[in-house]
Design a protein around this ligand. Sequence first.
Ligand code: L3W
Length: 437
Amino acid sequence: MTGPRRETLEKLTPVLTKRWLSPEAWRIGVYEQLDGYAALRKALAAHPDDLIQLIKDSGLRGRGGAGFPTGLKWGFIPQNDGKPHYLVVNADEGEPGTCKDLPLMTHDPHSLVEGVIIASYAIRANRAFIYIRGEAVHAARRLRNAVREAYAKGYLGTNILGSGHDLDLVVHSGAGAYICGEETALLDSLEGFRGQPRLRPPFPATHGLYASPTVVNNVGTIASVPYIVLGGADWWKSMGTEKSSGPMIYSLSGRIANPGQYECSLGVTLRELIELAGGMLPGHNLRFWTPGGSSTPLLTAEHLDVPLDFEGVAGAGSILGTTATQIFSDQDCPVYATYKWLEFYYHESCGKCTPCREGNYWMVGIYRRILSGAGTHQDLDTLLDTCDNILGRAFCGLGDGATSPVTSSMKYFKQDYLDYIEGRKAPRLSAKQLVGA
Ligand code: L3W
């Protein structure tokens, strides 16, 4: 197999991943040798409002799936309101296919800690939390070690580096529930309640943790901050596209030669990413893929040249999401893949709202019927009707996300569904696995 061409290799823009190959960059001494905590010194010499303006000017957008402008979110935090402010990092990475935050926290935890300190200073928060997924034991250990090291060096605690700013940072492990990646369920869980979404508005920016102004940002968003402070807004905007600035870590999985994380400027295409990953596995041809995890509508081989930025992917009828590109070939079945994703949503639904709780249950039953060879044409209408009744009616994005693979696989691969229903495809499940519908 030949490697990627030089022009394709130039697509790599390692910024957040640049220390990943340095042995022990997770230790504070090594991190400091590699420019670590230089951005913090620079930030503490600036006025907090100027830092918020810098992040606005950089065009940084949230890396957790929604792409909301980070500087705008920080700017929502009321000033001189007499209330405590909080920064909460959403490290509950759980979207199927997404694997960009856990490696960052494992290889380079101090970049996140440094970003937390700068962001907290900017929004005038004296308490910050990193809410990490319960199963991510190794990453949590690395983070807790980094926090201990940062306290010992005076980067955390009282009067940080003589600036007069105080910050306590707590690393909190969740219990492994997908719903706790939804920002308001995360806040409930952090407060000690069962993690279930709250109604928005009010948004966390005004009524967040303990009903106080809170910024909730993804790991990748906060870890980007030290680089922007050091490099400046123009440097950040020199990568990516006009409305989607900077680099992004794309996690590639599936039928490719070298799955893993590839950091490229926003706007790279799947064709280029596949080339960086050494091509498709021998004997496999691309058939369908997710641009940003299973909650984003599937795309197909027609979309190989779509720019993978917020606008480009939206133009193709999907969502950039968490840039988790799961790649499936002509040896994979879109109906079965959708069924496996639905089982995940059904299992992870928190049960608070009826459309998500009941809709996913019934859809899993219908998929089992189709995949066991007992499906009917009416089932296809029922699936679409169920999606219609979930979309926009669920309490949070989990419900909407669950409909994405269903509607998009039916849009592009209806023939595969008909092949099961009309007996041209051998059943994948036995009748014993039928439940519900
Ligand atoms: C103040 C306003 N704040 C919006 C804030 C809001 C939030 C951010 C974006 O879900 C999506 C979800 C997943 N005043 C505001 C305001 N905000 N208006 O802006 O809000 P929103 O509602 O657009 O999205 P969200 O609730 O953050 C994220 C999708 O991303 N996704 C990602 C899944 C990722 C994981 C993971 O493992 N990392 O699960 C994939 O598609 O479905 O739709 O902070 O408060 N007027």
